[in-house]
Design a protein around this ligand. Sequence first.
Ligand SMILES: Nc1ncnc2c1ncn2[C@@H]1O[C@H](COP(=O)(O)OP(=O)(O)OP(=O)(O)O)[C@@H](O)[C@H]1O
Ligand SMILES: Cc1cn([C@H]2C[C@H](O)[C@@H](COP(=O)(O)O)O2)c(=O)[nH]c1=O
Length: 208
Amino acid sequence: MKKNLFITFEGPEGAGKTTVLKLIVERLQKEGKEFIATREPGGSEIAEKIRDIILNPAHTAMDARTEALLYAAARSQHFVEKVEPALVLGIPVLCDRFIDSSLAYQGHARGLGMEGVRSINEFAIGDRMPDLTILFELEPEVGLARINAHSEREVNRLDVESLAFHKKVHEAYTLLAKQSPERFCIVDASKTLEEVVENVWEILKNEL
Ligand SMILES: Nc1ncnc2c1ncn2[C@@H]1O[C@H](COP(=O)(O)OP(=O)(O)OP(=O)(O)O)[C@@H](O)[C@H]1O
Ligand SMILES: Cc1cn([C@H]2C[C@H](O)[C@@H](COP(=O)(O)O)O2)c(=O)[nH]c1=O
C-alpha cells in the first residue's frame, strides 16, 4: 500500500494546527519515528526571511499579487531545500500549511482566483501535492477569539484582516476538501485540545 509521506495541516487562523503539530511531534519522537516537521511560510533560512516580509503588519501597502508571489517563492525555496530531499529519501514530512493556504487565502479570500494561484504554484513546485491533508475545521469567529485571547502571540498582517475575509478562507477550505475528498481528512477543531490531538493521532499513527 502506498504510504502517505507528505502530510499537511491546514485550516483557518487559531484552529490549533501549530499546537497540535507540536504535541504530535513529541509523541512521534517518543516512539523513535523518523520524520521532519516544518512550516509555511518559512521552514528554511531564505523562506523564513520571505515570511518576515509577508507577515510584517507594517507592510499594509503589499499588493495581493505580490503577496501570492512571495508565498509561492517561499514555498519553492522551502520545497527544494527541505521537503523534496526528505521525500526522496522516504522520510515523512509534516508541514504546517502548504499550497491549500495559498488557494484559500490568496485565491479565494483575496479574490485572485484559485486557478491563477494554482498556476503560479505549479511554476514554483511542479505538480507535487500533499498525499494527505488534515483540515482543522473551525468557525472563523472561534479561531479569531482564540488567538485574540492570547496576547503573547505575535499578530501578523493576515490575522488583522476582516471577519468577512476569514469567512471566505473558511469557505474555500470547505470547497477544497469537497474537490479532493481522497486527500482531505477533516478534524473537528472545536473539540478540546486533548480530543483534537487524539483524533489527529488516530489518523497519523498508521501513516508514519
Ligand atoms: N482545541 C483547542 N481548544 C481551545 N484552544 C485551543 C485549541 N487548540 C489550540 N488552542 C489555542 O488556540 C490558540 C491558537 O492555536 P494555534 O496557534 O495552534 O493555531 P493555528 O491553527 O496554528 O493558528 P494560525 O494559523 O493562526 O497560526 C493557541 O493559544 C492555542 O493554545
Ligand atoms: C502558507 C500560507 C499562509 N498564509 C497565511 C495564513 C496565516 O495568516 C499566515 C501564516 O501564519 P501562521 O501563524 O504560520 O499560520 O499566512 C497565506 O495567506 N498563504 C499561504 O500560502
